[in-house]
Design a protein around this ligand. Structure first.
Ligand code: HEM
Length: 222
């Protein structure tokens, strides 16, 4: 169902603020992850780990869910549709990947946060986990920036379903328009969608057979 202009603007405000807010919150997490790896001072490392826990649970996690939900509303409530344009599909897959990885990291982040709250925490505790969180935060940031760029550039390219939907909407006139739409689908858009699907499969394989699930880096606590 297509939203009225005022509802669409309201929903878009919610979508942009939650999505861009997610990028800002991840930047804060990243700063603390860097501090937790580069500082030699146990107090600074402990504070950074505590801040990472609070930021992840109370800011990043809710914003990621809000971004995903409002994005889907925005797609379904406008002519963009959820599966009509490759750029929307790419955004959906990449956001799902980013949210999935975040969900997997929340439990280890909590473990780190609890350990950092103890007075006997030493600078070498959970160093593998801290490094892993830093790497994942950098990767997540790159993915979120790519998603934001997709939203701004909105590269052309209709899916076969999008072509049929456009034909129905426009009648005979559509034949030339939609044929052009398909022909102009940039290779890199299809490439981005394929990379997103490959990442999703890789993530699933790492979880199922790779032993890379929650807690994989906790062993470094020694
Ligand atoms: C980190 C995740 C996301 C970020 C940073 C993000 C960012 C943005 C931004 C900045 C816009 C405004 C673009 C403009 O008006 O020119 C936008 C619009 C849009 N987003 Fe997202 N988005 C994200 C996730 C999603 C998801 C998961 C979907 C759903 C598949 C989605 C679907 C859309 C659609 C359809 C629009 C166009 C809305 C309209 O024209 O009314 N987004 N997004």
């Amino acid at each position: 169902m297509i939203m009225s202009p005022s509802v669409r603007k309201f929903a878009l405000t919610a979508h942009v603020t939650s999505s861009v807010g997610w990028i800002g919150a991840l930047a804060v997490f990243l700063a603390h992850a860097i501090a937790s790896m580069t500082s030699a001072d146990a107090m600074i490392i402990r504070s950074a780990c505590l801040a990472m826990g609070l930021t992840a649970w109370f800011v990043i996690f809710p914003l990621s869910l809000a971004s995903l939900a409002t994005g889907i509303v925005q797609a379904l409530g406008t002519a963009w549709g959820l599966v009509r344009h490759y750029w929307v599909i790419a955004k959906l897959l990449l956001t799902a990947i980013a949210t999935g990885v975040l969900l997997l990291k929340l439990a280890p982040i909590s473990t780190l946060e609890s350990a950092a709250a103890q007075a006997n925490f030493v600078t070498t505790d959970f160093v593998g986990l801290r490094a892993s969180l830093l790497v994942h935060a950098v990767g997540g940031m790159l993915i979120l920036i790519a998603i934001a760029a997709l939203a701004i550039y909105k590269p052309r390219g209709l899916t076969p379903y999008g072509v049929r939907a456009q034909r129905q909407r426009m009648g005979d006139l559509a034949d030339t328009v939609t044929a052009a739409g398909v022909a102009e689908t940039p290779g890199w858009v299809k490439g981005a969608v394929m990379i997103a699907v490959a990442l999703l499969v890789l993530l699933a394989l790492m979880l199922i057979v790779g032993g890379h699930g929650p807690g994989a880096h906790l062993a470094s606590h020694a």
